[in-house]
Write a new protein. Structure first.
Length: 158
């Protein structure tokens, strides 16, 4: 007798997400996010992100990109760990939904609250208002989440 197909096709079954897989997924999400940011408004990469660490323009674009990608890698590890622990890597839909939810959360907490407070504390000229619920930033974060979630299953077990 032939087995029938499962009701929901599996994307990745019972995957333990390694920290390395989270790094790769986070770097992929961060790279695409940076490309969209640079196309729409390079100031966050070139000024705001380096200012978090006391780096100032004009020679801070490469530093900002490097820092942005490092943040993306760390957040990718957390995202991979959370989705792996929750067992939602088995479904493309659930994983993509988790990617969007994760990055709406990181947008609210990190981009809208922590970053403006941090930039103000270090006296950055790029300090936005607190809170800073900028819609382009939400778009950039959702792009990160979708890309990281799409890449994660392919690299989860690195």
């Amino acid at each position: 007798m032939r087995e029938t197909e499962p009701a929901e096709p599996t994307f990745v079954a019972d995957v333990d997400v390694s920290w390395r897989g989270g790094v790769v997924a986070g770097l992929a999400g961060g790279a695409v996010m940076a490309a969209v940011m640079l196309a729409m408004n390079p100031a966050p990469i070139e000024v705001a992100i380096p200012s978090l660490y006391g780096l100032a323009p004009p020679a801070s674009g490469a530093a900002g990109l490097t820092i942005h990608l490092a943040h993306g890698a760390v957040l990718g590890v957390v995202f991979g760990g959370l989705t792996g622990a929750a067992g939602i890597t088995a479904s493309r839909g659930k994983l993509l939904g988790a990617g969007v939810a994760w990055d709406v959360l990181t947008w609210v907490v990190l981009a809208a609250l922590v970053m403006p407070a941090w930039l103000s504390a270090v006296g950055s000229p790029a300090s936005p208002p607190l809170p800073n619920f900028a819609l382009p930033s939400l778009l950039w974060h959702v792009v990160y989440g979708v890309v990281a979630a799409a890449v994660l299953p392919s690299v989860a077990e690195l």
